[in-house]
Ligand binder design. Structure first.
Ligand code: SAM
Length: 239
C-alpha cells in the first residue's frame, strides 16, 4: 500500500464520517453529543498523531494557546498567570492542557456539551471547574455576567457546532476589558454567519478586534470535504 493510502486509512480511522456530515441544516445539541460520543475514544489520537508520519492531525489547540498567550501578555503582562479563563468547548482538555503546561495558566474552567469528552477532560485534572452545557442562545445559568477574564475556544467555531448567534451569550461571560480568543476555519463562509456576527458586535460597541491572523488548523492529512489547512485566529476585547 502506498504511504499516501496508509495515511488516508489511518486518518479515516480517527476522523469519523459523522464529523464530515454535520452541517448547519442538520445540527442539534443531540447530534453534537452523538458525534463526540463516537469520537471521544480516539479524539486525542487524531489530534496528536493524526498522520502516518506522526505529525498532529490538528493544530487548533496549539494555535489558540499561542494566540491567547500573546494577547494576554500584551493586555495583562506575561507574569499574570491567575487569569480566570473559560475553555469553551474544552472537549477532552487538549486546549486547556496547552494553556497550563506550555503557558502556565492554571485558573481554568472547562465547558462542553459532550459528557463523553468531559469524562476525559476530568481525568486530566487541569480544570478547577467543569460546566456541562450547550452553547447556543440560552443563558448558561452556571456563568455570571463578566465572570471571566478570558474565553478561549479551539476547534469549536466550526460547521454545525456553535452558531454565530451564541456569541451574544459568550460575550456576556467576559468582563469588560477581557478577551475572547478562538479559531475559526469558516469565518468567511457566508452560511456560518460568523464574520457578519463578529462585525455587528463591533458596530454595537460590544467588543473590538485585537487581531485576525492566519494560523495552522488541520495537519497534512486533511479530511476530504472539510479541508482547512489554516483558520482565522481571532482575538477580540470586550468593551
Ligand atoms: C473539535 S472539539 C475541540 C476540543 C478542544 N477545544 C480542542 O481544541 O481539542 C469540539 C468540542 O466542542 C464541543 N461543542 C461543539 N458544539 C458545542 C456547543 N454548541 N456547546 C457546547 N459544546 C460544544 C464538542 O462537544 C467538542 O468537545
Amino acid at each position: 500500500m502506498a504511504i499516501g493510502d496508509m495515511a488516508e486509512e489511518r486518518y479515516a480511522l480517527h476522523y469519523p464520517q459523522e464529523a464530515l456530515e454535520i452541517n448547519w441544516n442538520n445540527t442539534s445539541k443531540e447530534k453534537i453529543q452523538e458525534l463526540f460520543k463516537i469520537w471521544a475514544g480516539n479524539y486525542d489520537r487524531w489530534v496528536l498523531e493524526g498522520s502516518a508520519n506522526g505529525a498532529p492531525g490538528c493544530y487548533s489547540h496549539l494555535s489558540c494557546g499561542e494566540a491567547f498567550f500573546n494577547a494576554a501578555k500584551d493586555l495583562y503582562g506575561e507574569s499574570k498567570k491567575d487569569l480566570k479563563i473559560l475553555d469553551c468547548g474544552c472537549g477532552s482538555g487538549l486546549s486547556g492542557q496547552v494553556l497550563k503546561d506550555k503557558y502556565g495558566y492554571d485558573n481554568l474552567t472547562g465547558l462542553d456539551v459532550s459528557e463523553d469528552m468531559l469524562d476525559i477532560a476530568r481525568q486530566r485534572k487541569i480544570y478547577k471547574t467543569i460546566i456541562s452545557a450547550f452553547v447556543g442562545t440560552d443563558r448558561v445559568k452556571e456563568i455570571q455576567d463578566g465572570e471571566y477574564d478570558a474565553v478561549i475556544s479551539s476547534g469549536v467555531f466550526q460547521t454545525g457546532l456553535v452558531r454565530a448567534k451564541a456569541l451574544d451569550e459568550i460575550t456576556r461571560w467576559i468582563k469588560p476589558g477581557g478577551i475572547m480568543c478562538f479559531t475559526c476555519p469558516v469565518f468567511d463562509k457566508e452560511e456560518s454567519g460568523y464574520k457578519e456576527k463578529c462585525e455587528s458586535l463591533e458596530k454595537e460597541g460590544k467588543w473590538t478586534l485585537v487581531s485576525n491572523k492566519e494560523a495552522e488548523y488541520y495537519g497534512d492529512q486533511i479530511p476530504k470535504g472539510r479541508g482547512y489547512k489554516t483558520c482565522r485566529m481571532l482575538v477580540y476585547k470586550k468593551l
